[in-house]
Design a protein around this ligand. Structure first.
Ligand SMILES: CC(C)(COP(=O)(O)OP(=O)(O)OC[C@H]1O[C@@H](n2cnc3c(N)ncnc32)[C@H](O)[C@@H]1OP(=O)(O)O)[C@@H](O)C(=O)NCCC(=O)NCCS
Length: 170
C-alpha cells in the first residue's frame, strides 16, 4: 500500500525530531566526520514558528507509523529538509515526499524548485532531475561547517505545455 502523505501537525513534532537525528546519524555517516554529524543532528529541525503560512511540512505515514518528513518554503520555492527513517530508506518514502513538495512549490507559481543538498543525498536528487547550480558552504551548525551543494529543477517545460493546453477537444 502507498504511503499516506499528509500535512504535519504539532503531534508529529517529537517524531519528526527523532527521524531527523536518526536519518543524519545513519544516512549521512559515510560522508561527514562524527563531529559534523553530531552538530547537524543536534540542530532543531523545525525552527519557531515552525508551521508558518509559507512553510509546508509533510509527513509520510506507513501503516500508522510516521516514516519520513519533508519541508518546503513555499514563498522562496525551496525544499528545506527531507529525512527518512533509516529502516525504510530506499523504499520510496523520500521520492513520494519530494514529489508532493515539488507540486506545492509549483502550485505557488514557481517555475523551479531549489535546495541545498548534503553530499550523501546528491545521487537521490540527481535521480529526480535536479542539476547543480553551484557549491555553497554554510555554517548552520555552530562552529562546524557543512558543505552543501546547490541544486535546482525547473518546472518550465511542463508548465508551458500545461499553460498552452486548453483542455480536451469537444
Ligand atoms: C536522501 C533521502 C531523503 C532519500 O529518501 P529515500 O526514501 O531513502 O529514497 P527513495 O527510496 O525514494 O529513493 C529514490 C531513488 O534514489 C536513489 N538513490 C540514489 N542514491 C541515494 C541515496 N544516497 N539515498 C537514497 N536514495 C538514493 C534510490 O536508489 C532510488 O532510485 P530508484 O527509484 O531507481 O530505485 C533519505 O535516504 C535520507 O533521509 N537520507 C539521510 C538524510 C539526508 O541526507 N537528507 C537529505 C538532506 S539534503
Amino acid at each position: 500500500m502507498a504511503d499516506h502523505i499528509r500535512p504535519a501537525t504539532d503531534a508529529d513534532r517529537k517524531t519528526i525530531g527523532e527521524i531527523y537525528a536518526a536519518a543524519i546519524l545513519d544516512g549521512a555517516a559515510s560522508h561527514f566526520p562524527p563531529a559534523a554529524l553530531a552538530a547537524w543532528a543536534a540542530r532543531p529541525p523545525l525552527n519557531d514558528p515552525a508551521f508558518g503560512v509559507d512553510t509546508l511540512v509533510l509527513v509520510a505515514d506507513r501503516e500508522g507509523i510516521v516514516v519520513g518528513y519533508g519541508e518546503a518554503d513555499l514563498a522562496a520555492g525551496t525544499v528545506e529538509r527531507l529525512f527518512v527513517r533509516p529502516a525504510v530508506m530506499g523504499t520510496g518514502v523520500g521520492s513520494a515526499l519530494l514529489a508532493r513538495l515539488e507540486t506545492a512549490v509549483a502550485d505557488r507559481g514557481h517555475r523551479r524548485v531549489s535546495l541545498d543538498a548534503a553530499d550523501n543525498a546528491l545521487p537521490f536528487y540527481e535521480r529526480h532531475g535536479y542539476a547543480r547550480t553551484g557549491r555553497s558552504d554554510r555554517r548552520d551548525c555552530g562552529d562546524v561547517t557543512l558543505t552543501c551543494i546547490g541544486l535546482a529543477k525547473t518546472f518550465l517545460a511542463l508548465m508551458s505545455i500545461l499553460g498552452g493546453w486548453a483542455g480536451p477537444a469537444h
